[in-house]
Design a protein around this ligand. Structure first.
Ligand SMILES: Cc1cc2nc3c(=O)[nH]c(=O)nc-3n(C[C@H](O)[C@H](O)[C@H](O)COP(=O)(O)OP(=O)(O)OC[C@H]3O[C@@H](n4cnc5c(N)ncnc54)[C@H](O)[C@@H]3O)c2cc1C
Length: 312
């Protein structure tokens, strides 16, 4: 059944049918083996991902480890997630990995109660602060943008350099958010945005998203100490490099981030050229939503999945 769905997807010339493919994949969700995801996901547990993390660190690539999952609905599960994140911080120390972590507020109980979620985040940040580690709050769909920024601001006031946020260039509201966060001196990862959003909320065309990304990147480069840019897009990466060069911005004063399984050689090349780089390394059993976002982004990613399936 997976292969029928895949064939229909590959036969279609338009990327517009990715949602169709995804809706079929979603129906198969419970039956999908991890081998499908292994191109984009380091392992189903931290222990199983450590080897990949060490391999990337050995290439001088810094990491962001991410325990996959989203939208936890009960407190028991949210409490367990907080403990798992704390264990992750400890595991990074034990294995001496050069890695921060990324978290999702919906995994820490945001759908249950806002203040409970904030308290959970603070519990995690207490540990991060104690061991001089860094936690980035990933940005989720637009229903969560405002509350994520609000909770981030509270966390930033208390934990400063130990916490950061993600901002999505595609959202119309970002033109205001970016200035406010930059003025605060927040540690921001700028990305295009991975969630499908309607036209009244988000820019729909890729060229316009790129224009917005560049404008926001300029704000971050001008006003913040160490902005991060999460993209695999050569147009944006080359623009960043040119812009930095033309404006006497040190290559060591910003970071280029990419996702695990994509463009590793480019990351190594950029590192060797003196740029700061970081790979986002997701792991965990709840890999399906992350996996499907990667497939929806680019048709080529489906071929990557197939290649990974037939590789040892
Ligand atoms: C480190 C990191 C963290 C992220 N965190 C978040 C988050 O918290 N919230 C969120 O909403 N989104 C997040 N994203 C996802 C992001 O929003 C985009 O959905 C995703 O990065 C795809 O956009 P892109 O700019 O990378 O390239 P795309 O828009 O997918 O592709 C644009 C062009 O880039 C080139 N390209 C892309 N991929 C490849 C490749 N593998 N090989 C060669 N060329 C390629 C191609 O020319 C392509 O046409 C994150 C992304 C990264 C890298």
């Amino acid at each position: 059944m997976f292969f029928d769905t895949l064939q229909a997807f590959l036969d279609d010339e338009e990327n517009g049918d990715i949602p169709y493919f995804w809706s079929h994949l979603k129906n198969l969700r419970m039956k999908l083996p991890f081998i499908l995801a292994k191109r984009f996901v380091a392992g189903e547990s931290f222990e199983k991902s450590v080897g990949k993390a060490q391999y990337l660190n050995a290439k001088d690539l810094k990491l962001t480890l991410d325990l996959l999952g989203e939208n936890v609905k009960d407190r028991k599960e949210a409490d367990a997630t907080v403990e798992a994140y704390i264990d992750l911080l400890k595991g990074i120390n034990t294995h001496e990995l050069v890695s921060s972590i990324s978290i999702k507020l919906t995994m820490m109980g945001l759908d249950i109660d806002r203040d409970y979620c904030r308290d959970n985040l603070f519990k995690l940040l207490d540990v991060a602060q104690k061991h001089d580690q860094f936690v980035r709050i990933d940005m989720e769909g637009s229903d969560y943008t405002q509350v994520t920024i609000d909770i981030f601001k509270e966390a930033f006031a208390k934990y400063g350099k130990h916490v950061g946020i993600v901002i999505q260039a595609m959202l119309h509201r970002t033109k205001d958010d970016i200035n406010e966060l930059a003025e605060m001196g927040a540690d921001v990862r700028l990305v295009k945005g991975a969630y499908k959003e309607p036209a009244d909320i988000a820019i729909q065309s890729m060229p316009k998203i790129r224009v917005a990304f560049k404008e926001y990147a300029k704000v971050l480069l001008e006003k913040t100490a160490f902005p991060r840019f999460g993209t695999h897009d050569d147009e944006l990466i080359n623009w960043l490099r040119d812009y930095a060069g033309q404006n006497a911005i040190d290559k060591k004063s910003f970071e280029i981030q990419m996702l695990y399984g994509l463009r590793e050689k480019t990351m190594v090349d950029l590192t060797q050229l003196g740029y700061c780089t970081r790979v986002y390394v997701p792991f965990g059993t709840d890999w399906f939503p992350y996996f499907s976002r990667r497939l929806m982004e680019r048709k080529e990613n489906v071929f990557f999945v197939l290649t990974a399936m037939f590789k040892k």
